[in-house]
Design a protein around this ligand. Structure first.
Ligand SMILES: [Zn+2]
Length: 288
Protein backbone atom coordinates (compact mmCIF):
# COMPACT_ATOMS: atom_id res chain seq x y z
CA UNK A 1 0.00 0.00 0.00
CA UNK A 2 3.05 2.27 0.31
CA UNK A 3 1.86 5.87 0.26
CA UNK A 4 -1.77 5.26 -0.49
CA UNK A 5 -4.01 7.17 1.93
CA UNK A 6 -5.45 4.91 4.63
CA UNK A 7 -9.21 4.57 4.82
CA UNK A 8 -10.63 4.36 8.34
CA UNK A 9 -14.22 3.48 9.34
CA UNK A 10 -16.96 6.11 8.95
CA UNK A 11 -14.74 8.43 6.92
CA UNK A 12 -12.56 9.05 9.98
CA UNK A 13 -9.38 10.95 9.22
CA UNK A 14 -7.17 8.95 11.60
CA UNK A 15 -7.27 6.23 14.26
CA UNK A 16 -6.35 6.65 17.93
CA UNK A 17 -5.45 3.65 20.08
CA UNK A 18 -5.09 4.47 23.77
CA UNK A 19 -2.90 1.84 25.42
CA UNK A 20 -1.84 1.30 29.02
CA UNK A 21 0.82 -1.14 30.19
CA UNK A 22 -0.23 -2.06 33.73
CA UNK A 23 3.18 -3.26 34.90
CA UNK A 24 2.62 -2.45 38.62
CA UNK A 25 5.75 -3.27 40.64
CA UNK A 26 6.91 -6.27 38.64
CA UNK A 27 9.34 -4.24 36.51
CA UNK A 28 10.79 -2.62 39.65
CA UNK A 29 11.11 -6.00 41.39
CA UNK A 30 12.98 -7.31 38.34
CA UNK A 31 15.26 -4.27 38.42
CA UNK A 32 15.85 -4.41 42.21
CA UNK A 33 17.02 -8.02 41.97
CA UNK A 34 20.20 -6.87 40.25
CA UNK A 35 21.19 -4.75 43.29
CA UNK A 36 22.68 -5.96 46.60
CA UNK A 37 19.78 -6.54 49.05
CA UNK A 38 17.45 -5.33 46.30
CA UNK A 39 14.90 -8.03 47.15
CA UNK A 40 14.39 -6.16 50.45
CA UNK A 41 13.65 -2.78 48.88
CA UNK A 42 10.21 -1.45 49.79
CA UNK A 43 10.10 2.12 48.48
CA UNK A 44 11.08 1.29 44.89
CA UNK A 45 8.33 -1.33 44.29
CA UNK A 46 5.81 1.12 45.80
CA UNK A 47 6.35 3.30 42.71
CA UNK A 48 4.73 0.52 40.72
CA UNK A 49 2.01 -0.32 43.24
CA UNK A 50 0.69 3.20 42.69
CA UNK A 51 -0.40 2.03 39.21
CA UNK A 52 -3.16 -0.47 39.99
CA UNK A 53 -4.07 0.97 43.40
CA UNK A 54 -4.29 4.73 42.82
CA UNK A 55 -3.83 5.56 39.14
CA UNK A 56 -6.00 2.89 37.55
CA UNK A 57 -9.37 3.99 39.04
CA UNK A 58 -8.59 7.59 38.10
CA UNK A 59 -7.79 6.65 34.50
CA UNK A 60 -10.82 4.36 34.19
CA UNK A 61 -12.99 7.24 35.36
CA UNK A 62 -11.56 9.54 32.66
CA UNK A 63 -12.03 6.90 29.95
CA UNK A 64 -15.58 6.37 31.12
CA UNK A 65 -16.34 10.09 31.18
CA UNK A 66 -15.30 10.49 27.52
CA UNK A 67 -16.70 7.07 26.52
CA UNK A 68 -13.37 5.92 25.15
CA UNK A 69 -12.21 2.34 24.67
CA UNK A 70 -8.65 1.46 25.66
CA UNK A 71 -6.29 -1.50 25.47
CA UNK A 72 -4.52 -2.58 28.66
CA UNK A 73 -1.47 -4.83 28.36
CA UNK A 74 -1.12 -6.66 31.68
CA UNK A 75 1.57 -9.14 32.81
CA UNK A 76 -0.06 -12.30 34.19
CA UNK A 77 1.69 -11.75 37.52
CA UNK A 78 -0.07 -8.39 37.88
CA UNK A 79 -3.49 -9.90 37.09
CA UNK A 80 -2.82 -12.59 39.67
CA UNK A 81 -1.73 -10.13 42.38
CA UNK A 82 -4.36 -7.45 41.67
CA UNK A 83 -7.35 -9.57 40.62
CA UNK A 84 -10.03 -7.01 41.54
CA UNK A 85 -8.26 -4.17 39.77
CA UNK A 86 -7.62 -6.39 36.74
CA UNK A 87 -11.23 -7.51 36.52
CA UNK A 88 -12.43 -3.90 36.85
CA UNK A 89 -10.66 -3.07 33.55
CA UNK A 90 -12.46 -5.79 31.62
CA UNK A 91 -15.77 -5.00 33.32
CA UNK A 92 -15.58 -1.45 31.96
CA UNK A 93 -15.38 -2.90 28.45
CA UNK A 94 -11.69 -2.32 27.76
CA UNK A 95 -9.49 -4.82 25.98
CA UNK A 96 -6.89 -6.88 27.85
CA UNK A 97 -3.65 -7.65 26.02
CA UNK A 98 -0.82 -10.05 26.80
CA UNK A 99 2.37 -8.61 28.29
CA UNK A 100 4.34 -11.63 29.51
CA UNK A 101 4.00 -13.18 32.95
CA UNK A 102 6.69 -11.34 34.91
CA UNK A 103 7.47 -8.84 32.11
CA UNK A 104 10.13 -11.18 30.70
CA UNK A 105 12.47 -10.21 27.90
CA UNK A 106 11.25 -12.54 25.16
CA UNK A 107 14.47 -12.13 23.19
CA UNK A 108 16.28 -14.06 25.94
CA UNK A 109 13.79 -16.96 26.00
CA UNK A 110 13.67 -20.21 24.04
CA UNK A 111 10.68 -21.01 21.86
CA UNK A 112 9.29 -23.37 24.50
CA UNK A 113 9.83 -20.85 27.30
CA UNK A 114 7.96 -18.20 25.30
CA UNK A 115 5.06 -20.58 24.71
CA UNK A 116 4.96 -21.46 28.41
CA UNK A 117 4.92 -17.79 29.47
CA UNK A 118 2.13 -17.00 27.02
CA UNK A 119 0.12 -20.00 28.15
CA UNK A 120 0.58 -19.26 31.85
CA UNK A 121 -0.86 -15.73 31.59
CA UNK A 122 -3.63 -16.86 29.25
CA UNK A 123 -4.81 -19.34 31.86
CA UNK A 124 -4.87 -16.59 34.50
CA UNK A 125 -6.88 -14.32 32.16
CA UNK A 126 -9.35 -17.12 31.40
CA UNK A 127 -9.84 -17.79 35.09
CA UNK A 128 -10.39 -14.11 35.98
CA UNK A 129 -12.30 -12.71 33.00
CA UNK A 130 -13.34 -15.82 31.10
CA UNK A 131 -11.29 -15.19 27.98
CA UNK A 132 -7.79 -15.13 26.58
CA UNK A 133 -5.99 -12.09 25.21
CA UNK A 134 -5.75 -11.77 21.42
CA UNK A 135 -3.30 -8.86 21.49
CA UNK A 136 0.31 -8.81 22.63
CA UNK A 137 2.89 -6.18 23.47
CA UNK A 138 6.43 -7.40 24.00
CA UNK A 139 7.65 -6.57 27.53
CA UNK A 140 11.07 -5.07 28.33
CA UNK A 141 12.38 -4.33 24.92
CA UNK A 142 12.81 -6.82 22.13
CA UNK A 143 11.32 -10.12 21.10
CA UNK A 144 13.03 -13.01 19.37
CA UNK A 145 12.79 -14.01 15.72
CA UNK A 146 10.43 -16.84 16.73
CA UNK A 147 7.99 -14.64 18.68
CA UNK A 148 5.74 -13.46 15.81
CA UNK A 149 5.53 -17.06 14.53
CA UNK A 150 4.50 -18.30 17.98
CA UNK A 151 1.88 -15.52 18.32
CA UNK A 152 0.48 -16.34 14.90
CA UNK A 153 0.33 -20.07 15.61
CA UNK A 154 -1.44 -19.40 18.90
CA UNK A 155 -4.09 -17.37 17.09
CA UNK A 156 -3.20 -13.87 18.25
CA UNK A 157 -4.88 -11.13 16.25
CA UNK A 158 -2.39 -8.34 16.75
CA UNK A 159 0.79 -7.11 18.34
CA UNK A 160 1.74 -3.57 19.29
CA UNK A 161 5.47 -3.99 19.74
CA UNK A 162 7.39 -2.65 16.73
CA UNK A 163 8.42 0.83 15.64
CA UNK A 164 8.85 0.71 11.86
CA UNK A 165 5.62 2.28 10.59
CA UNK A 166 2.86 4.65 11.65
CA UNK A 167 0.12 2.48 10.17
CA UNK A 168 -0.77 -1.12 10.98
CA UNK A 169 0.62 -3.85 8.74
CA UNK A 170 0.46 -7.59 8.24
CA UNK A 171 3.49 -9.27 9.81
CA UNK A 172 5.56 -11.27 7.33
CA UNK A 173 6.62 -14.60 8.80
CA UNK A 174 8.93 -16.92 6.88
CA UNK A 175 8.37 -14.86 3.75
CA UNK A 176 4.59 -14.96 3.93
CA UNK A 177 2.09 -12.25 4.76
CA UNK A 178 0.03 -13.34 7.74
CA UNK A 179 -3.13 -12.32 9.55
CA UNK A 180 -1.07 -11.18 12.56
CA UNK A 181 -1.46 -7.41 12.43
CA UNK A 182 1.27 -5.23 13.88
CA UNK A 183 0.12 -1.86 15.25
CA UNK A 184 3.41 -0.04 15.85
CA UNK A 185 3.97 2.35 18.74
CA UNK A 186 6.68 5.02 19.14
CA UNK A 187 8.99 6.27 21.89
CA UNK A 188 7.86 9.88 21.47
CA UNK A 189 4.36 8.73 22.44
CA UNK A 190 5.55 6.64 25.41
CA UNK A 191 5.03 8.30 28.80
CA UNK A 192 7.79 6.21 30.38
CA UNK A 193 10.41 7.88 28.23
CA UNK A 194 9.11 11.33 29.14
CA UNK A 195 8.31 11.01 32.82
CA UNK A 196 9.41 7.77 34.55
CA UNK A 197 11.85 8.49 37.35
CA UNK A 198 13.45 6.73 40.29
CA UNK A 199 16.44 7.85 42.30
CA UNK A 200 17.62 4.35 43.24
CA UNK A 201 17.84 2.14 41.30
CA UNK A 202 18.32 4.92 38.78
CA UNK A 203 15.60 5.30 36.15
CA UNK A 204 16.72 6.60 33.74
CA UNK A 205 20.28 5.41 34.13
CA UNK A 206 22.47 8.53 34.32
CA UNK A 207 19.39 10.45 35.57
CA UNK A 208 17.91 13.56 34.02
CA UNK A 209 14.24 14.07 33.12
CA UNK A 210 11.10 14.56 35.02
CA UNK A 211 9.83 16.28 31.91
CA UNK A 212 7.66 19.37 31.91
CA UNK A 213 3.96 18.56 31.54
CA UNK A 214 3.69 21.45 29.13
CA UNK A 215 6.39 20.12 26.82
CA UNK A 216 5.07 16.57 26.84
CA UNK A 217 1.52 17.77 26.20
CA UNK A 218 2.84 19.88 23.35
CA UNK A 219 4.73 16.90 21.88
CA UNK A 220 1.70 14.62 22.13
CA UNK A 221 -0.61 17.24 20.64
CA UNK A 222 1.69 18.09 17.74
CA UNK A 223 2.21 14.40 16.98
CA UNK A 224 -1.56 13.97 16.97
CA UNK A 225 -1.82 16.89 14.52
CA UNK A 226 0.65 15.07 12.26
CA UNK A 227 -1.13 11.71 12.48
CA UNK A 228 -4.41 13.49 11.76
CA UNK A 229 -2.94 15.44 8.85
CA UNK A 230 -1.52 12.29 7.21
CA UNK A 231 -4.36 9.94 8.22
CA UNK A 232 -2.39 7.46 10.36
CA UNK A 233 -2.77 5.33 13.49
CA UNK A 234 -1.83 7.26 16.65
CA UNK A 235 -0.86 4.86 19.44
CA UNK A 236 -0.43 6.48 22.83
CA UNK A 237 1.66 4.14 25.00
CA UNK A 238 1.07 4.86 28.68
CA UNK A 239 1.72 3.29 32.08
CA UNK A 240 -0.86 3.96 34.83
CA UNK A 241 1.91 4.45 37.44
CA UNK A 242 3.35 7.24 35.23
CA UNK A 243 0.47 8.97 33.42
CA UNK A 244 -2.01 8.42 36.27
CA UNK A 245 -0.35 10.91 38.65
CA UNK A 246 -2.89 13.69 39.37
CA UNK A 247 -1.38 16.42 37.19
CA UNK A 248 -0.54 14.10 34.35
CA UNK A 249 -4.02 12.55 34.39
CA UNK A 250 -5.41 16.06 33.89
CA UNK A 251 -2.89 16.57 31.07
CA UNK A 252 -4.17 13.38 29.43
CA UNK A 253 -7.72 14.62 29.87
CA UNK A 254 -6.84 17.86 28.05
CA UNK A 255 -5.28 15.86 25.23
CA UNK A 256 -8.42 13.71 24.97
CA UNK A 257 -10.55 16.86 24.81
CA UNK A 258 -8.31 18.22 22.07
CA UNK A 259 -8.50 15.01 20.02
CA UNK A 260 -12.24 14.70 20.55
CA UNK A 261 -12.75 18.29 19.39
CA UNK A 262 -11.98 16.94 15.91
CA UNK A 263 -15.10 15.16 14.78
CA UNK A 264 -13.31 12.75 12.47
CA UNK A 265 -11.18 10.60 14.79
CA UNK A 266 -11.75 6.87 15.25
CA UNK A 267 -10.93 5.82 18.84
CA UNK A 268 -10.53 2.04 18.85
CA UNK A 269 -9.05 -0.94 20.66
CA UNK A 270 -6.23 -3.01 19.21
CA UNK A 271 -8.64 -5.76 18.16
CA UNK A 272 -10.92 -3.33 16.36
CA UNK A 273 -8.02 -1.79 14.46
CA UNK A 274 -6.58 -5.21 13.58
CA UNK A 275 -9.97 -6.49 12.36
CA UNK A 276 -10.44 -3.40 10.23
CA UNK A 277 -6.98 -3.73 8.75
CA UNK A 278 -7.31 -7.43 7.98
CA UNK A 279 -10.62 -6.86 6.24
CA UNK A 280 -9.27 -4.05 4.07
CA UNK A 281 -5.57 -4.30 3.49
CA UNK A 282 -2.95 -6.62 2.13
CA UNK A 283 0.67 -5.64 2.45
CA UNK A 284 3.11 -6.52 5.20
CA UNK A 285 6.45 -5.93 6.64
CA UNK A 286 8.96 -8.19 8.33
CA UNK A 287 8.66 -8.13 12.10
CA UNK A 288 12.16 -6.78 12.51
ZN1 LIG B 1 5.53 -3.12 30.34
Amino acid sequence: MDNEEVKWPDQARCAVMLTFDLDAEITWLNECRSHPHGERFIKTPSLGQYGPLRALPRLLEILNRYELPATFFVPGWVAENYPQEFVSIAEKGHEIGHHGYTHERFVEKSTQEQRDIIDKSQRIFEKLIGKKAVGYRTPSGDWSHETPKILNELGFSFSSSMRGDDRPYRTIIEGKETDLIEIPAHWELDDYVQFAYSYFPAEPVGQGRISSHEHVYDNYRREFDGYHRFGLCYVLMMHPQVIGKPGRAVMLEHLIQYMKSRQDVWFATGSEIADWWRSRYEGGKAGK
